[in-house]
Write a protein that binds this ligand. Structure first.
Ligand SMILES: NC(=O)c1ccc[n+]([C@@H]2O[C@H](COP(=O)([O-])OP(=O)(O)OC[C@H]3O[C@@H](n4cnc5c(N)ncnc54)[C@H](OP(=O)(O)O)[C@@H]3O)[C@@H](O)[C@H]2O)c1
Length: 178
């Protein structure tokens, strides 16, 4: 399985929980020192686990990363799109560049990774978990840019769960949103 943003926070906790239950887990992030710390904990449970340093904001690099992770993990059967950034800023203080860069990491990057791994995931009756946010539904003040990225991810997840599950033989293979 592959957990993006596994170098810290929710992703690191999820990765360790899965490794403790015997899964071979791949994690990625930008900070090599943090990745190394988490990987050591994963490998104590699951020695084949591994990590990659990657900046998922570099959208054009995602297909190559997906191919590498898929090959080195022997096929991805669970993808957890967790990597993301908050953006607490009033609308008056936002710029188009900030809005677009937040959308790139929180929405376009998980979509690129999903599309790149979808053939493998469908073939393996896999699962996709997209870490969204309650902000997707509530639109909290000072979080317009962030909330919009999560609303997009939630809408994508809900639609994909229906369309992908109708194309697979196993109706339990769905996408879910947290
Ligand atoms: N914490 C909350 O209360 C909360 C609530 C609702 C939803 N969420 C969502 O849950 C997810 C995880 O949040 P968290 O609180 O655990 O955040 P976090 O502690 O800041 O961790 C974020 C993770 O994403 C990675 N990441 C960020 N930008 C990246 C990039 N450009 N390329 C590769 N990796 C990147 C970070 O790794 P590096 O820094 O090493 O790159 C880190 O591993 C996010 O999608 C967030 O929106 C969090």
């Amino acid at each position: 399985m592959l957990v993006t943003g596994g170098s810290a926070g929710i992703g690191a906790a999820l990765a360790e929980g899965f490794a403790a239950r015997g899964a071979v887990v791949g994690i990625c992030g930008r900070r090599e020192d943090k990745l190394a710390e988490v990987l050591a904990r994963l490998q104590a449970h699951s020695p084949e686990s591994r990590s990659w340093r990657v900046d998922l904001a570099d959208l054009d690099g995602i297909e190559a990363f997906a191919a590498q992770a898929n090959e080195e993990l022997g096929g991805v059967d669970v993808l957890v799109n967790n990597a993301g950034i908050p953006k607490r800023r009033t609308v008056q203080d936002l710029t188009p560049e900030v809005v677009e860069s937040t959308m790139a990491i929180n929405y376009y990057s998980p979509i690129r990774l999903t599309l790149a791994l979808l053939p493998t995931l469908v073939e393996r009756d896999g699962h996709i978990v997209n870490i969204s946010s309650i902000a997707a539904r509530l639109g909290p003040p000072g979080e317009a840019a962030y909330a919009a990225t999560k609303a997009a991810l939630t809408a994508w997840s809900e639609s994909m769960a229906l369309s992908v599950s109708t194309r697979t033989s196993n109706p339990s293979s769905t996408a879910s949103t947290a």
